[in-house]
Write a protein that binds this ligand. Structure first.
Ligand code: URA
Length: 209
């Protein structure tokens, strides 16, 4: 599908299956979230530009590659997006963080924004929007609308699971934002849950109901 990368690495698929299992403990779910966040981050940074710099090894001067441009911004959507953050920061420890507080109204399924704090120079950086579940797509679209209002132009979106409906909505509203996901599931139900899915990612990660 255009603009959508399904990360079919065996480790990601294996860990996703463990997360879908309803008997997985909160501790286990959180740990897996962390690990999958790291693996997805590895995939979505695969095409970052490199530049050569001059360094000195213990033996000689040489030229070697580093990632070009300013540090990345990770933009987790509260609260479930936080679950990927530690894993992603393990790979990119110098990333800046933009926190986006948006929740989904349980009745209307509309996105309600309550918090946004992001680096001032967000326009100069690649911004990775993080939310494990791309369900209706309303939250993702609202988050990206807000980040673009603040100047972001180079955005990527990463989730663990996506519903076809969410992908269509996000690609329709923001066709310039590529999506990385471990799976496109079957459908959304009328309450906005992804099927077969894994339930409420935030509740499973934080041990709430
Ligand atoms: N958010 C979740 O946590 N789970 C879903 O199935 C849909 C949205």
């Amino acid at each position: 599908m255009d603009g959508v990368q399904i990360v079919d690495h065996p480790l990601v698929q294996h860990k996703l299956t463990l997360m879908r299992d309803k008997t997985r403990s909160t501790k286990g779910f959180r740990q897996l979230m962390n690990e999958v966040g790291m693996l997805l981050c590895y995939e979505l940074t695969r095409d970052l530009e490199l530049e050569e710099i001059e360094i000195e090894t213990p033996l000689t001067k040489t030229r070697a590659n580093v990632i070009a441009g300013k540090k990345l911004v990770f933009a987790p959507i509260l609260r479930a997006g936080v679950g990927f953050l530690d894993g992603m920061l393990n790979l990119v420890p110098s990333a800046r963080i933009a926190h986006i507080g948006i929740y989904r109204d349980h009745v209307t399924l509309d996105a309600v924004e309550y918090f946004l704090k992001c680096p001032e120079d967000i326009a100069d950086r690649i911004v990775i929007v993080i939310d494990p579940m791309l369900a209706t797509g309303n939250t993702a679209v609202a988050a990206i609308d807000r980040l673009k209002e603040r100047g972001a132009t180079k955005l990527r979106y990463v989730c663990l699971l996506a519903a076809p409906e969410g992908i269509e909505r996000l690609r329709g509203a923001h066709p310039d934002v590529p999506i990385w996901t471990a799976s496109i599931d079957d459908h959304l139900d009328e309450a906005g849950y992804i099927w077969p899915g894994l339930g409420d990612a935030g509740d499973r990660m934080f041990g709430t109901r």
